[in-house]
Ligand binder design. Sequence first.
Ligand code: 5GP
Length: 225
Amino acid sequence: MSNSPSTPAGRSGQAPSTPEGRSGRGLLFIVSAPSGTGKTTLVERVVQRVPHLRMSRSYTSRPARVGEKDGVDYNFISRDLFEEMIRNGAFLEWADVFGNYYGTALADTDAIRASGEDVVLVIDVQGARQVRSRGIETVGIFVLPPSAAILEQRLRGRSKDSEEQIQTRLQVARREVGEYTRYEYVVINDEVESAVDRLRAIIIAERARVTPTCSEAESIIGTFA
Ligand code: 5GP
């Protein structure tokens, strides 16, 4: 079986199968962290290094920032359209974060997982709670900054926000960090490359977990009979 990112599992139309021998639907990873922790950078790097792993692109009603592209960073849509999608049940989860809507389309994650690839949602703690409450099996990873003071420094350093926005983000962060025990793993983003390594290790280990649907392993066991 190929381990190359250019030949993703499931493309052949046969039963999708990941390189580590799991068959069937891809896993659903959730990465949450306070704003400014650097979670998007970590996930972008991990996705580049781990084959068969895709990052879900969220929908948002927030206007694009300078340098952000529609269909790349987010799907930027109007509040009206977002509310229509909520009414139509199009979201796996959605939340109001800092006064804007953010959400993950159910059809997007379903399509990725049905092809046998794993998907990572980079979403806030409210969204993570919604996914869990639907009874969907997830692997949650909470990213923590090394300290509150370092988070504050990072928020100031990226100079995207006003003083008022920084204070709001810090206040929300205080509430969010208390939720880390609801996640299966915690990664401290002290140094980007080592945090990426730890995230990658978690994903690889989760793929090797024994589950009742480990049909490729079962067929190998069958050859020993
Ligand atoms: P930003 O506006 O800085 O890109 O993102 C603000 C916050 O929204 C971040 O904490 C981010 O994790 C969260 N977020 C981004 N996309 C989604 C999503 O699809 N669902 C939820 N619940 N939160 C999201």
